[in-house]
Design a binder for this molecule. Structure first.
Ligand code: NIG
Ligand code: FE
Length: 428
């Protein structure tokens, strides 16, 4: 058995629990001073103070065994984390990281006053990524995807969600999902896949949105299900894209087919997407910049995770989602990057931390919860990842600094020194 002992962490954040943390619970991150983690193979065996774990690991007191930082008598490789902060691996629970081409020019148009929706209306936006994604071979998508996953790992991300949605035809949607399956099998970062066929309306389907949804439901999603290519189904529910009725029709049928649900909801307009997510039993509603008070209340009641994507709001120069109101209303909030070629071409975790703490009035404790256990819960994986506790996957991040308070303070800087994924050092 492979045995690793991370020892003497100045601060160790457990985030313990196997359910989303709601409201005031989000501030409780189970912090242990002078903490440690014992890892057996790919699982966490124990978490506690260094004194407790020294005993458990069978180190003789005062023998200096544990300080040797090498293979020890009790079979543990010791990693000294003194002066460092240890956290659960981050879960980036909303991305669109598999795509062909770029849309850099759109960013500059927006800087000059164009809006995301006006660019979309004149043929740019999501539809402009469809051609390059259709043209890319699966190996090209795997290759750029791998590069992007390496960058995620550097920021401490150990699980990422990835969506299809740049093909909007059978072959390309399947190609995107298959590329992610290949990456999941060959890259240390785990991928949870989401089918997002109804991501935009191609010109030939304008006014015939229901026909497009039926095509996806009949021709594409049965294959996705049969081959186990996606666990979640998602839709861009937005004025001028898919309305509430079409979204509900799609989500209801996707659920009947066995998909778990996510919704791009209330991003630009208050359409009732949050309420829709609550009604359909979605795992999460995402964006929510314009979520209504009633929608927030219903999400809290139904236990739908509010997945907030502040880097997108930042890049689009939109007001941030009302995180404080959501937490104070009893919602479980997750934070994710939304990495995509249009609205938000960044996977920066330090940026999310800065925006969460500085502009969304979240405490650093709440931000950590949002990036770990609540992100895991948004992916239906709160029982296996998102916290440091016995039996969970050994996905661990070690920061260069001794306290969580360096995370917002050393603004915009990547503080990650080491990432352990499934018990192995995956980045250092
Ligand atoms: O979550 N809002 C819809 N979808 C993406 C944007 C995708 C794109 O612009 O390519 C989002 O922001
Ligand atoms: Fe998105």
């Amino acid at each position: 058995m492979k045995k690793l002992y991370i020892r003497r962490a100045s601060e160790l954040v457990t985030c313990r629990g196997s359910a989303p943390k709601k409201g005031a619970e989000m501030a409780d991150i189970g912090l242990i001073k002078n903490g440690g983690v014992l890892i057996h193979d790919d699982q966490i065996f124990a978490v506690g103070t260094t004194e407790e774990l020294d005993l458990l690991a069978g180190f003789e007191e005062g023998s200096g065994q544990a300080d040797a930082c090498t293979e020890t008598a009790s079979g543990y490789t010791v990693l000294d984390a003194s002066g460092k902060t240890v956290l659960p691996g981050f879960v980036d629970s909303h991305t669109h990281f598999i795509f062909g081409g770029y849309r850099a020019e759109e960013f500059s148009w927006r800087l000059k006053g164009d809006t995301y929706m006006s660019i979309m209306e004149r043929g740019g936006g999501i539809n402009a990524t469809v051609g390059p994604t259709r043209d890319a071979s699966i190996q090209e998508l795997v290759s750029v995807g791998r590069e992007r996953m390496n960058r995620m790992l550097e920021f401490g991300v150990t699980t990422v969600e990835g969506k299809s949605g740049y093909g909007m035809d059978r072959n390309t949607e399947l190609k995107q999902l298959r590329a992610m399956k290949e990456l999941d099998a060959s890259h240390p970062v785990d991928i949870v896949t989401t089918f997002l066929g109804p991501h935009s309306v191609l010109p030939q389907y304008k006014g015939k949105e229901r026909e497009f949804i039926d095509m996806l439901l009949q021709d594409v999603m049965p294959v996705v299900k049969e081959e186990g290519l996606a666990e979640f189904a998602d839709i861009f529910c937005e004025k001028g894209v898919f309305g509430i009725e079409d979204s509900e029709y799609y989500l209801t049928r996707a659920k009947e087919m066995g998909f778990k649900l996510k919704v791009h909801a209330d991003e630009m307009n208050s359409l009732g997407g949050a309420e829709l997510a609550a009604r359909t039993g979605a795992y999460s509603a995402d964006h929510l910049l314009k979520a209504s008070d009633e929608g927030i209340r219903q999400m809290a009641k139904a236990g739908v995770i509010s997945t907030l994507l502040p880097a997108t709001a930042f890049c689009l120069k939109e007001p941030f989602a009302p995180a404080r109101k959501m937490i104070d209303s009893g919602c479980a909030v997750a934070l994710a990057s939304d990495l995509n070629p249009g609205s938000c071409f960044t996977n920066s975790i330090p940026l999310l931390i800065a925006l969460g703490c500085i502009y969304m009035n979240m405490s650093i404790e709440e931000v950590i919860t949002a990036l770990t256990i609540n992100g895991a819960a948004a992916l239906g994986r709160a029982d296996s990842i998102g916290s440091l506790e016995k039996g969970k996957k050994a996905d661990v991040v070690i920061l260069k600094y001794p306290s969580i308070h360096f995370m917002p303070y050393h603004t915009g800087i990547n503080l990650v020194e080491t990432v352990i994924k499934n018990g192995d050092v995956a980045y250092q």
